[in-house]
Write a protein that binds this ligand. Structure first.
Ligand code: ADP
Length: 794
């Protein structure tokens, strides 16, 4: 038995002294002691522990005490709950194993993690019952270490693999970057090439521009006072090519009067201590012929980091021509501006030989899009007027070549401009500038268009359209005038209109003029005019005043319509009416005579019917006679054969007679007469009688529903006014003006069934007018009318 086990007094343990131990235990213990493996036996229901030295080492280190002879349940009380099921499994006959169980051991002078495979198996007693557990340990620390190492190596391997991968990735990224950089490099190179080309191109262009503008370039290096000049620069100074001349010599060529000014400007630019630009005009005296030239100098001063001027780089251009032109234009500036300001709707633009605007003036500036402040002193292309310049350049060139010409331009908005291009020449006859003068001729063009339209109308008219001055001189004559009057325009324009007026009507012209001067129009004035061949024409004239823009009458326009044919037609009609009336008058006179005789005979007759019938027949014959007399009078009137035979008579008496006569035949109306004693007038009794009869019979005819007609007269001063008043249908104002016209009848439902010819009032008016009197009417619709006529008493 091992020393350890022997040192224990087994008597105090549940196992009792070794000699009483069951044989299975004894055998297992002896076997345990004979092996170098760490072995533990837990025996009995208390799991009393027995172990060999090898195990003692493990347990000793782990527990820091001896636990042999003690119950495993106590030793491992802390983890017993975990161990119990495993132990119980073994006690039921199973073999269990715990591979690579870690135990921290204090070995080799330090604590280390050691691994063991534990294998537990039941120890059977002779009767076959399980009396305890045999636990054999095999250290696997080395193996575990090896495994760990492998794992670590593996891990390392993995890690380095990962590193490798990321390194690879990085490499790929770098590669990509390189590729991109490469690409960029190529692009940059291309860009560089392109900009190089562009640079070359713009350099070429600049050179072209410099050549074209004859611009000299120069560069003055301050350190060594070197002056580099372009060929053009030298040629402006009159210096033959390649001749080396320094800054000093050039300075001496500046005109003495300008030298100080130029030096001061140079000095200012050098002492500015930072880059600056300068611009000045001065005179120089050429090297070769000492001739004076005007030049424009522009330069920029450059400085080093110490703010010390290093160089002046600039340009030089000969502006002699422009300057002289400008001076000349400046001398004439006031003159040009006053021209522009004195011509309404105009614009004057003066340009120098390089087409630079020198002067812009005139009230059309705004309308034509010129702004004096922006334009003067600038070239059109400098102020964004390239398009306008492109359109006009060829015209400017023509003008500068000495040609004077005019063109007409119509804008898209319909304005018309007349543009005059005038070259301005110096004493030697050389063009030094050009004047462009635009005048708005839109109103003229519009007026022309209007008058062209009017002329077309006038020419195509069938009526003679003639205009004349207030002095009656003919100023225009259309085709129809030639056709009607026989004169050609050439023959008559400038002649007096009296040539067309028949000798007995010459007084008409001043009368017409009088009316027109009052602003009246003369419309449809029927008269007679003479043709070139002495033929009398019936014409209807409409004359209106021609006014200027201020409304002053400056002439007359006359439309003459040839109504000869119409007149003839009327004449024929009148002749016919006259003839018929005349023919009717004879039987009517006999009829009248027969009725008078019959009436006389019937006076004493008993036969009331016959007396009544004859009375009515008499009334109708009277009406008919009146009508026929009317027609006869009309036809006589037309041919001027209605003589007025005046005699003194009492108007009061005449009115009484008419009243009596009317009362005899009219029973429908009551006629009231308001007279006041005799009124003697000197007139054609029969004709005045027909006027009154007419007015009375109208008053009755046009008041069918009313009964009252009032007849009266009033003497006032040297006149007497007769009035005939009814309470009938009345006349509308627009008709009232026309009832005295020939054949005019008012057409309404009320008048339609009332017979008549529209000649009664016309004849009455003619008769009254021929007596030097007046006739008129007052009327209110549905209320009645009053007709008046006024006659002179003597
Ligand atoms: P008529 O033969 O048609 O009566 P007149 O010349 O006598 O011709 O009159 C012209 C027109 O004036 C008439 O047709 C009628 O319409 C209008 N007129 C004349 N007198 C009167 C009146 N007293 N009341 C209303 N209308 C009248």
């Amino acid at each position: 038995m091992g020393e350890l086990l022997r040192s224990i007094d087994w008597t105090d343990t549940p196992l009792g002294p070794p000699d009483v131990w069951p044989s299975a235990l004894k055998q297992t213990v002896s076997m345990m002691l004979g092996t170098t493996f760490p072995v533990l036996i837990c025996w009995g229901k208390d799991y009393i522990q027995l172990y060999n030295d090898a195990f003692d080492f493990i347990i000793g280190v782990a527990q820091q005490r001896r636990v042999a002879g003690q119950s495993a349940r106590k030793t491992y009380a802390k983890i017993w709950n975990d161990l119990k099921p495993v132990i119980e499994d073994v006690m039921k006959g199973q073999t269990v194993g715990f591979p690579n169980f870690m135990v921290r051991l204090n070995r080799n002078g330090h604590s280390e993690e050691c691994y063991f495979d534990f294998s537990g198996s039941p120890i059977r007693e002779d009767d076959g019952n399980i009396g305890g557990i045999l636990l054999i340990c095999a250290e696997t620390t080395e193996k575990m270490r090896a495994v760990e190492e492998v794992a670590a190596t593996n891990e390392e391997f993995m890690a380095s693999n990962e590193e490798l991968e990321s390194a690879n990735e990085e490499l790929a990224a770098i590669n990509e970057e390189v590729a991109t950089a490469n690409h960029e490099l190529i692009e940059t190179q291309r860009d560089l090439q392109r900009s190089n080309m562009a640079l070359a191109e713009s350099e070429a262009r600049l050179k072209m521009a410099i050549d074209a503008t004859q611009l000299g370039t120069w560069d003055y290096i301050t350190v060594n006072a070197e002056l580099y000049r372009s060929e053009e620069c030298d040629s402006i100074f009159g210096l033959s090519a390649g001749k080396s001349t320094g800054f000093e010599e050039f300075s001496n060529r500046i005109h003495p009067d300008d030298r100080e000014n130029v030096f001061r400007a140079f000095q200012a630019s050098l002492s500015a201590h930072k880059a600056n630009r300068h611009n000045l005009n001065c005179r120089i005296l050429r090297f070769d012929d000492n001739a004076m030239r005007w030049v424009s100098l522009r330069w920029t001063a450059y400085f080093d980091t110490g703010r010390k001027a290093t160089r002046l780089t600039g340009t030089l251009v000969d502006i002699t021509e422009t300057k002289l032109a400008q001076d000349s234009i400046a001398r004439n500036e006031k003159f040009f501006r006053s021209i522009a300001l004195n011509i309404p709707n105009s614009l004057i633009v003066v340009i120098d030989k390089d087409h630079r605007y020198v002067l812009v003036e005139g009230d059309l500036m705004d309308k034509m899009g010129y702004d004096r402040r922006d334009y003067e002193g600038k070239h059109p292309t400098e102020i964004g007027q390239t398009e306008r310049y492109d359109a006009s350049k060829h015209l400017y060139d023509r003008m500068m070549a000495g040609e004077k010409f005019s063109i007409e331009r119509t804008t898209p908005t319909g304005e018309n401009y007349m543009i005059h291009l005038v070259p301005l020449k110096d004493e030697r006859g050389e063009v030094y500038a050009g004047m462009v003068m635009a005048i708005d001729i839109t109103p003229i063009r519009q007026a022309e268009e209007k008058s062209a339209k009017l002329a077309a109308i006038v020419e195509s008219s069938d009526d003679a359209i003639v205009s004349k001055t207030l002095e009656s001189v003919i100023t225009s004559w259309n085709d129809a005038a030639q056709r009607i009057f026989g004169y050609t325009a050439d023959e008559i324009i400038g002649q007096t209109i009296y040539k067309l007026i028949p000798p007995d009507r010459q007084e008409e012209e001043p009368r017409i003029l009088e009316r027109l001067k009052k602003g009246e129009r003369v419309e449809h004035f029927e008269t007679k005019r003479l043709t070139k061949y002495g033929r009398l024409l019936d014409v209807s004239l409409t004359i209106s005043p021609v006014k200027d823009t201020q409304g002053n009458i400056i002439g007359l326009s006359k439309i003459a319509r040839d109504i000869t044919e119409k007149k003839l037609e009327e004449q024929r009609k009148n002749d016919f009416i006259g003839m018929v009336s005349h023919e009717l008058k004879t039987p009517l006179t006999s009829l009248n005579g027969i009725i008078q005789v019959a009436n006389n005979k019937l006076k004493h007759s008993e036969d009331t019917f016959l007396a009544g019938a004859m009375h009515k027949a008499n009334a109708q014959v009277k009406r008919m006679t009146a009508m026929i007399n009317g027609f006869l009078n009309i036809s006589r009137l037309e041919v001027g054969k209605m003589p007025i035979e005046k005699e003194p008579f009492d108007l009061n008496q005449l009115l009484h007679e008419i009243l009596d006569e009317t009362s005899l035949v009219v029973s429908s109306h009551k006629i009231i007469f308001r007279g006041s004693g005799p009124v003697v007038i000197n007139a054609d009794r029969e004709k005045i009688s027909s006027v009154i009869s007419n007015l009375v019979s109208n008053a009755i005819k046009y008041s069918p529903r009313k009964k009252m007609v009032e007849l009266g007269y009033q003497v006032k001063g040297n006149t007497v006014t007769v009035s005939i008043k009814d309470e009938g249908m009345g006349i509308k104002p627009q008709d009232l003006e026309r009832v005295f016209d020939r054949y005019y009848r008012v057409e309404t439902n009320d008048t339609r069934h009332i017979s008549g010819f529209g000649i009664g009032l016309y004849l009455s008016a003619e008769i009254i007018e021929r007596h030097g009197g007046k006739i008129w009417a007052e009327s209110e619709i549905e209320k009645g009318s009053t007709f008046y006529f006024e006659l002179p008493l003597k």
